[in-house]
Design a protein around this ligand. Sequence first.
Ligand SMILES: Cc1ncc(COP(=O)(O)O)c(C=O)c1O
Length: 372
Amino acid sequence: MERIKVSKSIVGEREAQALKSVIEDEYLGMGKYVREFEIKLGQYLDAQNVMCVNSGTAALHLAVMGAGIGPGDEVLIQSLTYVASFQAISAAGAVPVPCEIDPGTCTIDLKDAERKITGRTKAIMPVHYTGRVGPLDEIYSLARRYGLTVIEDAAHAFGTVYKGKMIGSFGDIICFSFDGIKNITSGEGGAVVTANPQVARFIKDARLVGVCKDTEKRYQGQRSWEFDVIHQGYRYHMSNLFAAIGITQLERLESEFKPKRQYLARRYTEFLKDIPEIIVFPDEYDLVVPHIFPLRVRNNKRDNMREYLNSNGIECGVHYLPNHLLTFYGGKKGQLPVTEEIYKQLLTIPLHPGLSDEMQNYIIEKIKDFFA
Ligand SMILES: Cc1ncc(COP(=O)(O)O)c(C=O)c1O
């Protein structure tokens, strides 16, 4: 059997055709395909303002800046996340304040977050780890109590539903990633969603090196030659090429990717839940579109299990090295004991829509062999 990848881009003839259309149209930059992608994302998510950018990291960076957060301000965030979340905060000159996680879901531990609020705290950035959103209502109540903005890192959670509502359809500022392996991809890319018109205005201009109303010009097929700039901007806009892939992927989400991801996650849960040394995350797959499938492996067996699966052609991942352990963010062990303990247990096994039953059965069999 071929080596099984932990995650994978699922693209083919349809995406190739979409790219061909953009090339034949001869405008690869930001134009009508990006506009169409934003409209379709807005319809799917039931969201008011959708701004596409060239990565999820750019989405988060602009969200932090759009919330008016800058040097000296603090943002509460779980340490267990991809470094991009931390980098988006520090790129704005603000300080990411690492918080503990709830071991049951690996989403932010709200009690710990509340303890870390100071006079400089401006926002909380919950990370929807695996696609799970944790106690989102309580996160918003805490934020309202202390006057904080919620910036949701929903990089993993495209398509997830919370209490009957799509993630992105409510809340302050929500950021998605469409990098190569996400629930949908645009090659690279991301989007910021917000109902706040001032934040939306800031992001529309900031993604186009700050040029005022350039978005509106580009969507009419024009360029801005005479313009003003009133704040710092970045070259973060999405290209028509990326958007064309994204539109096609969005069309495939409900019919293909979402049911397949949920099916695989349910099957793993069913077949692995009785192994005493493994803890699987709760089966919420009627609402959650799982982006990754991490397990918690007990009794210090994580590294041996990873080695065993790897030597049997199964690639695994570790999501994630806690950020407070990185030199740039303090590099001090012992600060977050729960996070540090859970980190040692986490092992992500393959999950992507290209995984066949046969491949999944093989992975399950090898995991059972390892513990037998
Ligand atoms: C939790 C989380 N946040 C942010 C990002 C950044 O997204 P991107 O890779 O599109 O910049 C990722 C992507 O891997 C992620 O997993």
